[in-house]
Design a protein around this ligand. Structure first.
Ligand code: DQA
Length: 157
C-alpha cells in the first residue's frame, strides 16, 4: 500500500522457524546475536524513522499465514525472514501475494553460498527484493529498503 503523502508506516516483522534459537543455534553460521537483539535494533531503527513495527516469531507455518492475513488491515508492509519455510512454503508465498503489500525478504546468512536446497526461495518472486548474508544487518537494511519503498512507491535504488 504505497502512499506518497504518508510519513509514518506500520510494518510487520516476521521471523520463521528456529530463529527463536538465535544466539545458541549454529553460531558459526548465524553468529551470537539473539532474536531479542534483532528486534531491539529494528525498534530503534523504526522509531528514528517515525515507523511502527510489530514483531512475531513462530515455528508454525499456519501462525505465520494467519499473521500475514491479519496484516492486510493493520500494516503497510512486511519484513520477513521465513527461515526454512523460505525454501518450502507455497502457503506463505500465497498469503504474502494475497495481501498485496510490499514485502522485503531477509536472511542472516548468504543462502546462495550454502546448500543447493537453500538457493531457491518461494518468496523472492513476490518480494520487492531480498537481502541475504549480512547477519543482523540484513534486517536493518531490509527495513530501510521497505520504508523507502513505502515512502516512494518504488524499489530501493
Ligand atoms: C535463514 C536461512 C535459511 O536457509 C534457514 O533455514 C534459516 C535461516 C537465514 O536467516 O540465514 O532458518 O533464513
Amino acid at each position: 500500500m504505497p502512499n506518497e503523502t504518508r510519513s509514518s508506516f506500520s510494518i510487520l516483522v516476521l521471523h520463521g522457524p528456529n530463529l527463536n534459537l538465535l544466539g545458541l543455534r549454529e553460531p558459526g553460521i548465524y553468529g551470537s546475536v539473539t532474536l531479542a537483539d534483532i528486534n531491539q535494533l529494528l525498534q530503534k531503527e523504526a522509531s528514528s524513522r517515525s515507523c511502527q513495527i510489530e514483531t512475531l516469531q513462530s515455528n508454525h507455518e499456519g501462525v505465520l499465514v494467519d499473521a500475514i492475513q491479519a496484516a492486510r488491515t493493520e500494516h503497510h508492509g512486511i519484513l520477513i525472514n521465513a527461515g526454512a519455510y523460505t525454501h518450502t512454503s507455497v502457503a506463505l508465498r500465497d498469503a504474502l501475494a494475497a495481501v498485496a503489500m510490499p514485502v522485503v525478504e531477509v536472511h542472516l546468512s548468504n543462502i546462495y553460498q550454502r546448500e543447493p536446497f537453500r538457493h531457491h526461495s518461494f518468496i523472492a518472486p513476490i518480494a520487492v527484493g531480498q537481502i541475504s548474508g549480512f547477519g543482523a544487518e540484513s534486517y536493518r537494511l531490509g527495513l530501510l529498503a521497505l520504508v523507502h519503498t513505502l515512502k516512494t512507491g518504488s524499489r530501493a535504488k
